[in-house]
Design a binder for this molecule. Structure first.
Ligand SMILES: Cc1ncc(COP(=O)(O)O)c(C=O)c1O
Length: 388
C-alpha cells in the first residue's frame, strides 16, 4: 500500500459540476465564480469574497489594492511558503522577516514590534497548516502603528481563532485552492474582506482594472459597449470551470473540515507522548483546520548545536517511511534560507533560529479527507515502530 502526503478527493457530482460551464459555453469568470464566492462568504462569515487565480494572486492584489508600493516594508514570518514574501518583492517592497514560535510554527508575536520602522506598512501573518496565528496581539500592534494586516490563510480553510474563521481579522484574508488544500480548483485563490470599498478595488484590479465585469456587461442593456478602465489592472480572474468545482465542494465544506479533524485526533491519540515526535498544538482558542499534520521531530533535543544531526536523522526516517510506502514532507521551508532571500538580504540560517530549526526538524504526516482507515493504520503502525 502507498499512502501519499495528500490526495484529491472529489465526488462524482463535483466532477460533473465542471460540465456545466463547458456545456453553457461561459468559461471565464462568470456566474459559477459568483456562486463560489457567495458560498465562501457564507462559510467564513466574510462580508466579501473575491475569487482569483491563486493565493499568491490574492496576496498580491490585496497589497496592491491597499496601496503598498516601492520602498514600503512588510513583516513576514521566516517560515512560510515563499510566495508570502515574493508578493512584497513583486510590488517593489522590502521583506522584513520575523522569526516564528516553534510551538505553533506561526509568527512570534513578541518579536513583531522590534521589526517596525518608519517604512513599515504591513504585517502578513500566516495561519500555517490550518492553525490561526495569534491574532489579538497582531491586531493591537497593527492598530498602534497604523499598519495593514493581510492574512495569508492559504492553508486556513476551517481554521478559527476564538470562534471566528480566519481571513476576517485583517484588511484581507487570502486562501489557496492548490490540490494540497482542503478545497481545490487545481490552481485558485480567494480574497476575503469586510471592507466593501477595498473589495471593489480588488475586483477591478483582478480584471484588467475594468469598471465592470464581462458578465455585468453581457447582462446589461448595452453589452456591445466596452467598459472603462480606471486602473491599470491585472488578469487574475478565476475561470468558471474552477468556480463550478469550488462551489460544488462548498456543499460539503463542514464535512470536509470535520473529517480532517477526526483524522488528526486519531493521530494525536496515537502519537501524544512519543519522545521523538511532537504533535501539532491545539487549545480552546484555536480550531485547527489541519491542511496538514505538521510535527516536530526529536523536540526535546531541538537546538542550533544539534540541528544538523537531527536533520540527518529525520531525513533517514523519511527515507525509511517512504520505503514503507508512506510519504512525508518537511512542514514547509524557511524562506530566509532560500538563495534569493539569503543573498539579497545577506541572511544566515541562524538569524531566524526557530525557522531554521523548523526547516530542518519538522515532518508532516499524510492527512487528507478521503483517507482510508487502513491507510492511517499503516502510518500509525510505522511511526510507532520507529526506534530513534
Ligand atoms: C502559506 C502559503 N502561502 C501561500 C501559498 C501560495 O498558494 P498558491 O499556490 O495558491 O499561490 C501557499 C501554498 O502552498 C502557502 O502554503
Amino acid at each position: 500500500m502507498k499512502v501519499p502526503i495528500a490526495r484529491t478527493s472529489l465526488t462524482d457530482s463535483e466532477i460533473q459540476s465542471v460540465l456545466g460551464p463547458l456545456k453553457s459555453g461561459w468559461l471565464v469568470q462568470g456566474p459559477k465564480v459568483r456562486e463560489f464566492e457567495d458560498k465562501w462568504s457564507e462559510f467564513s462569515s466574510a462580508q466579501e469574497s473575491i475569487a482569483v487565480t491563486s493565493c499568491t494572486s490574492a496576496l498580491h492584489l490585496s497589497l496592491a489594492a491597499l496601496g503598498f508600493g516601492p520602498g514600503d516594508e512588510a513583516i513576514v514570518p521566516s517560515f512560510t511558503w515563499i510566495s508570502t514574501a515574493n508578493v512584497v518583492e513583486h510590488l517593489g517592497g522590502k521583506v522584513v522577516f520575523c522569526d516564528i514560535d516553534l510551538d505553533t510554527f506561526n509568527i512570534d508575536v513578541a518579536q513583531i514590534e522590534s521589526k517596525i520602522t518608519e517604512r513599515t506598512k504591513a504585517i502578513l501573518p500566516v495561519h500555517l497548516f490550518g492553525l490561526s496565528a495569534d491574532m489579538d496581539p497582531i491586531a493591537e500592534i497593527a492598530k498602534k502603528h497604523d499598519l495593514w494586516v493581510v492574512e495569508d490563510a492559504a492553508c486556513g480553510f476551517g481554521a478559527k481563532f476564538k470562534g471566528r474563521h480566519v481571513g476576517c481579522f485583517g484588511d484581507t484574508g487570502c486562501f489557496s485552492f492548490h490540490p494540497r488544500k482542503a478545497i481545490t480548483t487545481g490552481e485558485g485563490g480567494m480574497v476575503t474582506t469586510n471592507d466593501a470599498e477595498l473589495a471593489a478595488r480588488i475586483r477591478r484590479l483582478r480584471d484588467h482594472g475594468a469598471a465592470m465585469t464581462d458578465l455585468q456587461r453581457h447582462l446589461g442593456a448595452r453589452p456591445y459597449l466596452l467598459a472603462d478602465h480606471p486602473d491599470a489592472g491585472y488578469n487574475q480572474r478565476m475561470t468558471d470551470l474552477q468556480g463550478a468545482l469550488g462551489s460544488a465542494q462548498m456543499d460539503r465544506a463542514k464535512e470536509i473540515v470535520q473529517e480532517r479533524q477526526r483524522l488528526a485526533r486519531r493521530y494525536d491519540q496515537a502519537f501524544t507522548g512519543l519522545k521523538y515526535l511532537r504533535v501539532p498544538v491545539a487549545n480552546q482558542d484555536y480550531e485547527h483546520g489541519y491542511q496538514s499534520y505538521p510535527c516536530l521531530f526529536e523536540p526535546e533535543g531541538t537546538s542550533l548545536s544539534c540541528v544538523k544531526a537531527i536533520n540527518e536523522k529525520r531525513n533517514n526516517w523519511m527515507d525509511e517511511l517512504q520505503h514503507n510506502g508512506i510519504s512525508t514532507r518537511p512542514a514547509t521551508h524557511a524562506v530566509h534560507m532560500l538563495s534569493f532571500y539569503s543573498e539579497k538580504y545577506k541572511l544566515k540560517p541562524e538569524d531566524f533560529p526557530n525557522a531554521y530549526l523548523a526547516n530542518h526538524c519538522s515532518i508532516s504526516m499524510p492527512i487528507f479527507h478521503g483517507m482510508k482507515k487502513d491507510e492511517q493504520d499503516l502510518v500509525i503502525e510505522k511511526v510507532l515502530e520507529y526506534h530513534p
